[in-house]
Ligand binder design. Structure first.
Ligand code: ATP
Ligand code: MG
Length: 570
């Protein structure tokens, strides 16, 4: 049984057509329980699109008191790898789901699938074809023209049985024969024009080794694996809609224990990224990113490293809903879910990304005050911490302009600002290096203005974050932007030129960032809000003395603005 990780934090389920189907099936007695499955092919790491499928399949099982299986659809030995098998399990667990004892591999069914194939041949419903792949394609016809029968279609059952047995025994080279279902070469549905069920592939499989040199194809494997496991609702993406008649045909020909119902839904697409594993693999292999878990990637492992939370991803998947028509979701909506979650629970800290030294001329040398700072204004239980304040500080370089433009209210010569939780300071001079760059600000502080003190009533137009220079610790921060420069990098012909659309500014590494001292001992995975700079997460590369943070997301929520505008219009 699988316990309910989302019991406390999940929003109430939104109605969708799959819930409606399942509810009706249970009510009508067509099904007595709900068994779903998530069936990844282990040929890459999971991405956010898979997260949608995982949340849907595991979520429905939980909701209806059923179970959800994790099944590896591992029928293609040349593209699959145990590295992917392992990463997929890690990612599903991290998302908060548990398959319990229900971990399956299609490769475990190879013997049984072979027996089913033999049965089809015996029943005259499958035959060994000896045309080449090109010839089979040429015989297939088009949407407007029927296909043509292969000359081998009329082969006797005995001959096909003999050939198929010898295919298994390894007597033939790759590509010399295939096993095809005998359905209808004139069917308006091209998937039903005698689809290939088995092909010869002399390749080692990551689980079955060299035991097999023939491998079943997806359309044959998937439905029979579902039936074998007693799946009730086989939920897949829309591109399999045309395959549904074949799914049903195979199950109707064979003495299977049950006949699951295939239901299709629209796959998730996100703006500014690609979602096909083939394309993501190219980014990894071509060195365009540092790996599958590069925080720029739309993979679950990349998002985890970047600091996204499983709660936020589940919330996003619930919010986008389940549709029957393909669409593309604005990545700003995903980021909105991330911000909402992190806003509620990420402790606030002060970090100066690009530091500019400030010397408070009238602050006693050697004096250190402890200043109380709120850990999370959204969470009273998070309490407060003490920050050291001293004569030499850092503020953000961007927060100073020697010649401030209109509406710039932060530091400038002669200007006053408040340092968060501390004092109002005034810029009384600047120090420049030989090249004319400002390297230090000379300021004074107003001792009467300490935050929280009764005398502190004076208002200024800007409040800046800061850290005390002698107490600060150094870090590297990695700032991220969209992976691609355009909303739909796959819009080009076959998405072929997507590599040319990669955003060269998607990663910016900033070294010499100054952090408040409370961050000295942070461990990878810890998440914070750096005040005014966004949410950050400690990277696995981080070491004591050489801290590395990833910016998960900035604070500016463009989605909230879109939503508000929408609400305004309604
Ligand atoms: P890709 O196109 O990235 O190669 P795939 O569909 O080939 O993906 P699988 O490993 O076969 O990858 O996918 C496992 C499950 O996840 C399938 O049921 C598939 O329908 C679902 N899935 C894959 N991509 C998406 C997506 N973008 N949105 C929703 N579900 C998806
Ligand atoms: Mg697939």
């Amino acid at each position: 049984m699988y316990d309910a990780p989302m019991a406390n934090d999940a929003p109430p389920p939104v109605a969708n057509f799959i819930r409606t189907i399942i509810t009706e099936d249970l009510r009508a007695g067509k099904r007595t329980r709900v068994v779903t499955r998530f069936p990844p092919e282990p040929n890459g790491y999971l991405h956010i699109g898979h997260a949608k499928s995982i949340c849907l399949n595991f979520g429905l099982a939980r909701e209806f008191g059923g179970v959800c299986h994790l099944r590896f659809d591992d029928t293609n030995p040349t593209t699959e790898d145990v590295e992917y098998v392992d990463s997929i399990q890690t990612d599903v667990r991290w998302l908060g789901f548990d398959w319990g004892a229900n971990l399956f591999y299609a490769s475990d069914y190879f013997e049984r699938l072979y027996e089913y194939a033999m049965q089809l041949i015996k029943d005259g419903k499958a035959y060994v074809d000896s045309l080449s792949a090109d010839e089979i394609r040429a015989h297939r016809g088009t949407l407007t023209e029927p296909g043509r029968d292969s000359p081998y279609r009329s082969r006797s059952v005995e001959e096909s049985l003999d050939l198929f047995t010898r295919m298994r025994a390894g007597e033939f080279a790759d590509g010399t024969h295939v096993l095809r279902a005998k359905i209808d070469m004139a069917s308006p549905n091209l998937t039903l024009r005698d689809p290939t069920l088995y092909r010869i592939r002399h390749a080692s499989h990551h689980r079955t080794g060299d035991r097999w040199c023939i491998y079943p194809l997806y359309d044959f494997t998937h439905c029979l694996s579902d039936a074998t496991e007693g799946i009730t609702h086989s939920i897949c993406t829309l591109e399999f809609e045309n395959n549904r008649p074949l799914y049903d045909w195979v199950l109707d020909q064979l003495p299977v224990p049950c006949h699951p119902q295939q239901i299709e839904f629209a796959r998730l697409n996100l703006t500014y990224t690609v979602m096909s594993k083939r394309k993501l693999l190219k980014l990894v292999e071509g060195g365009y990113v540092t790996g599958w878990d590069d925080p720029r990637m739309p993979t679950i492992s990349g998002m985890r490293r970047r600091g996204y939370t499983p709660e936020a991803l589940r919330d996003f998947c619930e919010k986008i809903g389940v549709a029957k028509r393909d669409s593309t979701v604005d990545v700003a909506m995903l980021e909105h879910s991330i911000r909402e979650d992190l806003n509620a629970r990420a402790p606030r800290v002060m970090a100066v990304l690009r530091p500019l030294r400030v010397v408070l001329e009238n602050y006693p040398d050697g004096q250190v005050e402890e200043i109380e700072a709120v850990n999370n204004p959204e969470d009273a239980a998070a309490g407060t911490r003490m920050l050291p304040f001293s004569r030499v500080l850092y503020v953000e370089r961007d927060d100073f302009r020697e010649e401030p433009p209109p509406k710039f209210f932060r530091l400038a010569p002669g200007r006053e600002v408040r340092l968060r939780y501390a004092y109002i300071i005034k810029c009384v001079g600047v120090v420049k290096d030989a090249s004319g760059e400002v390297v230090e600000l000379r300021c004074t502080y107003d001792a009467e203005t300490r935050s929280g003190s009764p005398a502190s009533t004076r208002k200024v137009k800007a409040t800046l974050h800061w850290v005390s220079a002698p107490h600060a610790i150094d870090a590297e921060v990695r700032l991220y932007d969209r992976l691609f420069t355009v909303e739909d990098p796959e819009a080009g012909k076959d998405g072929a030129d997507y590599l040319a659309l990669l955003n060269p500014g998607a990663l910016e590494r900033v070294t010499g960032t100054k952090l408040e001292p409370s961050l000295a001992g942070v461990a990878p995975g810890a998440r914070y809000q750096f005040e005014r700079q966004g949410y950050f997460c400690v990277d696995p590369d981080s070491r004591a003395g050489a801290l590395v943070f990833n910016r998960t997301v900035s604070l500016r929520d463009t989605w909230a603005k879109i939503e508000q505008a929408g609400a305004g219009r309604r």
